[in-house]
Design a protein around this ligand. Structure first.
Ligand SMILES: NC(=O)c1ccc[n+]([C@@H]2O[C@H](COP(=O)([O-])OP(=O)(O)OC[C@H]3O[C@@H](n4cnc5c(N)ncnc54)[C@H](O)[C@@H]3O)[C@@H](O)[C@H]2O)c1
Length: 358
């Protein structure tokens, strides 16, 4: 009888052990499912391009699950070094919808656009079709799939010719080309969608994004290249005959245009702060717009002479007539971004930006 009882106790102990270990397994599985779900999934649309590929790296290193969507129209597959890659055009609603269902992203960073001002003047359809219709498609797919957080890459071009500098967010928005207008239209769509459908958005207006990833893994590869710093670097490497300055009679210290250059890593850091805004409950600052720049400017001549000094290379500089639509000075006020997003450019010296390109 006693033996029987002892036997029963052993069986009970065995059963308890079995159930405890099964229970602990279930708890562990649930915790890991929970932690996996805590790892937010971010779609980086246009993530094979210059800024997007840097963003994918920053987001992945910050612990986000990154999925890059790109149609490779101006981007490069080999620039996608972080996260998964999905070949997708934002105008393809069926494909987009399938990807939103597959991954169920928590937020979208929307870098995909055409962005060559002169091309937008001769082919505005291309710009409105991709930048506006494509974005409408993307936003509708987001809403259909209950993804309500989007960071949109806008531009200083929405302001047109500045009435004052530094340009703050309140500055009148009067774009002077179809590219700038396409971006302003999306800004307005975002505002309307936020009112009507509770979409949370952050508009980030970049001034001149510049510089490369410090580890040398990623770079800027626009074709054709239209940005000043990569063009000067091509001249320094001997890959182009000369560098042209368009206009030397502007009302600036040395007669050449002044621009605000912001390191791509600083831009990416601002985007990570933006994601925090979405994911930290209580911080009700979403659905807002921010100018992202250094807050200071450098003239074309200053940038050229700094590149010559830092690379120790001389190259030919030719002076040309002004181009139409080039404002003398474009400098961002980053006060709002600094107050609300804790945005501080860490690589604000032009030397830092140039050194990352060498
Ligand atoms: N580079 C700058 O200085 C600067 C300044 C202001 C604003 N911006 C904005 O920042 C964003 C990124 O600029 P970037 O310099 O990295 O440009 P980029 O051309 O290098 O990257 C854009 C990416 O979007 C992709 N893309 C374009 N249309 C697409 C579509 N329909 N579907 C899917 N993918 C598509 C391209 O293939 C490319 O990989 C753009 O929206 C641009 O307007 C850039």
């Amino acid at each position: 009888m006693l033996l029987n009882l002892l036997g029963c106790r052993e069986i009970i102990n065995d059963l308890q052990g079995y159930y405890l270990s099964a229970l602990s397994h279930i708890i562990i599985i649930n915790i890991s499912l929970y932690l996996n779900r805590m790892k937010k999934i971010v779609f980086i649309v246009g993530g094979a391009g210059y800024i997007g590929s840097h963003m994918a790296k920053h987001a992945a290193l910050a612990g986000y699950d990154v999925v890059v969507l790109d149609n490779l129209s101006t981007g490069h597959k080999d620039a996608v070094k972080y996260g998964k890659f999905e070949l997708c055009d934002i105008k393809d609603k069926t494909k987009l919808d399938a990807l939103f269902k597959k991954y169920q992203p928590d937020a979208v960073m929307h870098f995909s656009a055409y962005s060559i001002v002169s091309e937008s003047v001769v082919d505005p359809y291309k710009y409105y079709d991709n930048n506006v219709s494509g974005t409408l498609n993307l936003l509708k797919t987001m809403l259909d799939n209950h993804c309500n957080n989007v960071i949109f890459s806008s531009t200083a071009a929405v302001f047109g010719n500045p009435e004052y500098v530094p340009i703050d967010e309140e500055h009148i928005k009067k774009p002077i080309n179809p590219y700038g207008r396409s971006k302003l239209m999306v800004e307005q769509i975002l505002e309307d969608f936020s009112q009507a459908y509770n979409l949370k958005y952050l508009v980030f207006r970049y001034f001149n994004a510049a510089g490369h990833d410090v580890d040398g893994e990623l770079s800027e590869r626009h074709d054709p290249e239209t940005h000043l710093l990569p063009l000067i670097m091509q001249a320094a490497r001997g890959d182009r005959k000369n560098i042209a300055i368009f206009g030397t009679d502007y009302d600036t210290k040395d007669g050449t245009c002044i621009r605000d250059y912001i390191h791509v890593d600083d831009l990416c850091a601002a985007h990570l702060n933006g994601l925090n805004v979405f994911f930290n409950v209580g911080k009700e600052v979403h659905s807002n717009d921010f100018n992202l720049g250094n807050g200071s400017g450098f003239s074309v001549k200053e940038v050229i002479s700094k590149v010559k000094e830092l690379t120790n290379k001389d190259f030919t500089v030719v002076e040309r007539e002004r181009r139409s639509g080039d404002p003398a000075v474009l400098i961002a006020s980053n006060i709002k971004a600094s107050k609300i997003l804790n945005f501080t450019p860490n690589k604000s010296k032009i030397e830092d930006i140039i050194k990352s390109l060498i």
